[in-house]
Structures are given as C-alpha cells and as structure tokens.
Design a protein around this ligand. Structure first.
Ligand code: PEP
Ligand code: MN
Length: 351
C-alpha cells in the first residue's frame, strides 16, 4: 500500500501518517521526491484500511499496489522525475528535456591521468565526471582501484573543473566514506542484486546511479531501485549497460528496448552506457546515437588520455577524433528529439 501526500503536505502531516501506521504495527518508509512525498507501507492491509489514512490532513491518495515496485512506478507518480546531481540549486539535471553526458576514466589511476581525462570529458561537453576508485574486477589479481586515495583525487579534480563526481561504491560499509567525496553513488552491474548495498545507498543523502544487472530482467532492475527508494532516497537514475546473451561479438548486448520499456513502467530517468555494453571503442558512437534516438536521458562513456596504457577497459575508452565525434553527436542530435544538452542549473537569484 502507498500513501501519496499532497504537494503542499508538511513534515507534520507526514509524521502523523507514519505515527498512525506504526501504532497499528506496520512499517512506513518515507520517500521525498522533488514534487511530492510518498510513503510505502509494509504490514497487514486490513489493519491499514481500518486506519482511514485517506481522511488525514495532507494525504492526496492511498493506493493498493500489487506490483513489486511501487515507489518507482509511473502509476503513482504525477510525471517523469528529474534527478539533480551536485546540489539541488546548482547541480546538473538528469531527466526529461535534457540530455546529460557523464564521462571520465573507467578507473582513477593517478592524479595526472584523472585531470587529463576530466579535461577531455569537459571539452566533449560532459557536465558530470565519472571515475572508479573502487573497481569491481572479475579477477582478484587485476587492479582493484586506488580506494580512498582515488576519491581524494576525484575531489581535487572537482575542485579544479567544477564537475560533480559519479563514482562506484562496492560495499555497504563503504557508503559513508564514498559519500563524503561523491556527488552521485554508482551501483554497478555486479551489485544490482546486493540488497544490503541498495538499502545503504537508499539511506544516503545522495543521488544514485543504478546500473542494470547483466543478468537482470527489467522487473528485477526496477525492484532493485525500489529497495533504494524504500529507504527514503528517490533520487535514482537507471543505467542500461548491456545484458549477457549468446552473442560474443560484443562484451554484452545493449538492450536498447529497455529504455522505452522502463519509461512505460517507471518515472525514474534512464541513461545508457555505450562503453561497457559493447566493450569496443568503435561501437561507442553508434550505440550513443541509438541511445539519443530511443529517448534516453543521457549516456555514460569512458574516456582515457592514453587508452593503450589504461589499467582497466582501455579497449572501449575514447580519445582524440573518436571523442570529438561523440561530442559533436551529443551537441547536435538531442535537439532533434526535443532535448538540450544538460548544463549546471544557475543558482537561484543569479542572472
Ligand atoms: C563502470 O561503470 O566502471 C562499471 C564497472 O560498469 P558496469 O558495472 O556496468 O560493468
Ligand atoms: Mn569500466
């Protein structure tokens, strides 16, 4: 069951609903969105019905939902959501009407490499910087990332470029540490089913980039997002990054249809990662074009100043002419589908 609050509902209205639900032995999870607050209820439906929640001040509606995802569902929501990364008044929007480019190195390898990659990303029109300090590697003998030293490098680069940072967190215990440096927490494909991590990022006060599990259905992916939302964080951006199929010519198969499918089911923004899906530099541009055409809210791409020396994913990293071509596509094509390249919001009062 879901209680949808009126747009003007106050904190006291929300608290009163939560209190009434708890007094009946139920659990209530409050999710505050940009336009309204939603309260997800867990417990005995008959008990909840007897509470007459609909008559309470500030309550717009009480909805019985049988779907495994309620808070992220488009059904109970007035429209598509925009998630702002890097501060609600001056951050970068991801959502309808805009097209956001997130770019950066797959892994933070050194200060110099990250600075160079950030400059390349910014020159290409990226308004958010990606880079992994904690890397989920298939082999334990491969480079695992610089850890906190990598986070410090990212924060330094943000200081110089002004680009808010998107970085992956692998473990629920690391969420407070990564959240001290990051502007957006990434949950990678291998962790989409890690429910303890999903709940931990749900309790964090930062936007979350939730990649699709490489073996997850769209419903499982949205249900994973529901874990984050249920803990109070509705600032979730989904990212399609390819799924495992019998095809071996690409690293994973980009499921481009997942974008409109998700948009029919959920109000959350959805982006595409043309780098990790194809795993090949020559496919990044065509897949990025497909993402723009299909209506994605943005893309996430790997760039590296010297891909042949990259410690992780050099084969897909863009540099030079390839990156310039991507930059041109991201400038020219989104307006054809009614979107403008996303820029930082101007702070209130600025002219
Ligand atoms: C990444 O973005 O660096 C990454 C590891 O992606 P994925 O989880 O999609 O493989
Ligand atoms: Mn990578």
């Amino acid at each position: 069951m879901v209680v949808v609050m009126e747009p003007g509902a106050t904190g006291a209205h929300v608290d009163a609903v939560v209190e009434r639900v708890r007094s009946a032995g139920g659990e209530a999870f409050v999710s505050r969105g940009v336009s309204r607050t939603i309260i997800g209820l867990v417990g005995d439906l008959d008990e909840f019905r007897a509470l007459n929640l609909r008559s309470m001040a500030g309550v717009a509606d009480v909805i019985r939902v049988s779907s495994p995802f309620k808070l992220v569902s488009l059904d109970n929501h007035p429209g598509r959501s925009t998630v702002v990364v890097g501060g609600s008044d001056r951050g970068v929007p991801i959502g309808p009407g805009t097209f956001t480019l997130i770019a950066g190195p797959c892994a933070v390898e050194s200060a110099q490499q990250t600075f160079q990659a950030a400059e390349m990303a910014q020159a290409a029109g990226a308004t958010l910087l990606r880079g992994g300090a904690f890397k989920p590697r298939t082999s334990p003998y491969d480079f695992q990332g610089l850890g906190e030293r990598g986070l410090r490098i990212l924060a330094e680069v943000r200081e110089h470029t002004g680009l808010p940072i998107v970085t992956e967190v692998l473990d629920a215990h690391d969420v407070p540490l990564v959240a001290r440096y990051a502007d957006m927490l990434q949950v990678g494909t291998r962790n989409m089913h890690n429910y303890a991590l999903l709940q931990a990022v749900g309790r964090a006060q930062l936007p979350v980039l939730l990649k699709r599990g490489m073996q997850a259905t769209v419903e499982e992916w949205l249900t994973a997002a529901e874990y984050v939302a249920q803990r109070g964080n509705l600032d979730i951006v989904l990212c399609e990054r390819g799924i495992r199929t019998f095809e071996t010519s690409t690293r994973n198969t980009l499921d481009i249809a997942a974008v409109p499918v998700v948009q029919q089911l959920s109000h959350l923004p959805v982006m595409v990662d043309p780098s990790h899906s194809g795993g090949r530099r020559d496919l990044v541009l065509p897949l990025a074009r497909a993402a723009i055409a299909v209506g994605a809210d943005g893309i996430l791409v790997d760039v590296h100043p010297a891909p042949e020396e990259a410690l992780v994913d050099g084969a897909q990293a863009l540099v030079g002419a390839d990156l310039r071509e991507l930059a041109s596509a991201v400038r020219r094509f989104p307006p054809l589908v009614g979107r403008r390249p996303a820029e930082r919001l101007a702070p209130a009062g600025a002219s």
